[in-house]
Design a binder for this molecule. Structure first.
Ligand SMILES: [Zn+2]
Length: 271
């Protein structure tokens, strides 16, 4: 006769199975949760803003995907462009979504479409775009070849200011390519000769850029990434970005703003 499995054993067994499924899905999904992360107040730091907004100033931005620059900091990039700064945008992955099951995506097509959208959007702030072609959703900041490529691309752009994601004071929910591209950039920064590191998507802002008057253009730039943001989703994303810009603006008494954690770097290393 078959022995009946006690109820508690069945509960433990199905709980473990559920945990396994949820854990597996979390590991596959590129979003990271930082449940205990919260805003931190650090002393305000002006990254020599007169130099930042000076004609000929070289600014290099490192992001994870096509659309990150437009989502997070296009107000600052538009203002920098108005001031005559030269901007280089380094995109470490192609946004190809190749971590999806093969029948849900077409990586080759995504690569083409998203590169073209990024090229189109960055015209608005005169951005020269460099694609490093790392794997979307799986960017490894310690992988030797990718790291060497990133260092070479940053050095070639000879940045006075280097901008990327903050991986130390990270937000509650963040894409791991964002965190990882930020970590690689922060770790490599001292070898690049840059004077300042400005980190965005941060819980510890120390510097605000007044982006008043850029909103209409920002909204249009989000729409350029039409493979990602369309219809209802586009309005939703525009709303999220506008809310953030307004609340940052409130902190400095301006219409809209964007915030950064500003870190000065040693000026001596040879490029
Ligand atoms: Zn992204």
């Amino acid at each position: 006769m078959k022995r009946k499995v006690p109820i508690w054993k069945r509960i433990v067994r199905s709980s473990l199975m559920l945990l396994g499924i949820v854990g597996g899905l979390y590991a596959w999904n590129p979003q990271r949760l930082h449940y205990f992360a919260k805003p931190v107040t650090l002393p305000k730091t002006d990254p020599e803003s007169a130099n930042l907004f000076k004609k000929g100033n070289r600014v290099t931005v490192v992001v994870g995907h096509p659309d990150d620059a437009e989502f997070f900091i296009s107000g600052t990039l538009l203002k920098l462009h108005q001031a005559g700064a030269a901007i280089t945008l380094i995109v470490v992955t192609d946004g190809d979504k190749s971590y999806y099951p093969w029948f849900l995506t077409n990586a080759e097509e995504n690569r083409k479409v998203r590169r073209a959208e990024q090229e189109e959007a960055s015209k608005a702030y005169g951005g020269k775009v460099v694609f490093l072609g790392g794997p979307d959703g799986r960017y490894d900041p310690d992988e030797k070849e990718l790291r060497a490529k990133l260092l070479a691309a940053i050095k070639e752009s000879k940045p006075d200011y280097l901008l990327s994601f903050d991986d130390e004071y990270v937000l509650k929910v963040q894409h791991r390519d964002h965190e990882n591209s930020g970590r690689a950039t922060r770790e490599l920064a001292p070898q690049t000769g840059t004077k300042w590191l400005l980190l965005f998507a941060t819980y510890a802002p120390t510097y605000w850029v007044d982006t008043s008057g850029t909103w209409d253009k920002r909204a249009q730039l989000l729409a350029v990434h039409k493979s990602q943001f369309y219809g209802e989703k586009l309005s939703l994303i525009q709303g999220t970005v506008l809310d953030k810009a307004l609340s940052e603006g409130e902190r400095i008494g301006k219409e809209t703003a964007e915030s950064f954690r500003a870190i000065p770097l040693d000026r001596s290393p040879a490029r």
